[in-house]
Design a protein around this ligand. Structure first.
Ligand code: MG
Length: 251
């Protein structure tokens, strides 16, 4: 086997030199066969979990989620109803038991019918998907909602407005597919590469390889602090937003 590889390298080396001299490169010189990518069975229909996904919510229970109370992990207190999990305002954010870095996330949400004059702008269907507990992809009702655009549905909160408003309506299920490249930090805590995100809402790209400036605070400007793998977190912003069909793949 080694002899065969050596022969190919020698031939390719020879043809590369020839190419530099204006000759021909054999097609085999730019092809490889290993390692083979793992076989992954896609879901039986678009949006359904593939074979290697971690199921974070399948409509039945909150077993994959916890809340933090007085610094301790306690069972998540959101309601499971009709195959969805619903924010119970005042019970706090929930987070996954598992920690994540680079990932592909599928998550669906539905905003409720506004229940009064206070339920508008940032209170209209507000929740949030926090990658690694820190970086928020905004969840908000995008129907007739003249809030600031870098805080609307599809935004990276207070950093990047979405490329389009792909929201289809209050009380209708919305589908997020999120592709996340975690920030990398050296052993000395210095950032080696920032976080990058692509967000697809209902099949429409709303963030295209956006490079994050740091975290996503309500007040102030984004900053980075070194960290490793962290839980995925969903926000309780005082509104009964529902979620369903949540799965994630480590990348
Ligand atoms: Mg939010």
């Amino acid at each position: 086997m080694k002899k065969v590889l050596l022969l190919i390298c020698l031939v390719c080396g020879f043809t590369t030199v020839s190419a530099q001299e204006g000759g021909h490169v054999a097609p085999e010189c730019t092809e490889w066969y290993s390692p083979q990518p793992p076989k992954v069975q896609p879901g039986d229909k678009p949006g359904n979990a593939p074979s290697d996904a971690i199921i974070l919510f399948d409509g039945k229970n909150l077993d994959q989620w916890v809340s933090i109370q007085d610094g301790k992990k306690v069972p998540a207190k959101w309601e499971v109803k009709d195959g969805a999990m619903v924010v119970v305002p005042g019970t706090g954010t929930i987070q996954t038991k598992e920690y994540f870095g680079d990932c592909q996330l599928h998550i669906e949400f539905k905003t409720p019918k506004p229940a009064g004059p206070i339920n508008k702008l940032q209170m209209k269907g507000n929740s949030g998907i926090f990658l690694q507990s820190i970086y928020e992809v905004q969840v908000l009702d995008g129907e007739d909602n003249p809030t600031y655009v870098n805080g609307m549905v599809g935004s990276i909160y207070k950093q990047s407005a979405p490329l389009a408003n792909a929201f289809t309506g209050t009380e209708k299920w919305q589908v997020y597919d999120i592709y996340w490249k975690a920030p990398k930090f050296g052993t000395d805590g210095v950032m080696e590469s920032p976080a990058m995100i692509t967000v697809v809402l209902n099949g429409i790209v709303v963030q295209n390889n956006y490079i994050l400036k740091g975290n996503t605070p309500y007040i102030g400007f984004p900053t980075y602090k070194p960290h490793g793998r962290l839980p995925l977190l969903l926000q309780d912003h005082g509104v009964t937003v529902a979620y369903r069909n949540i799965w994630i793949r480590n990348l």
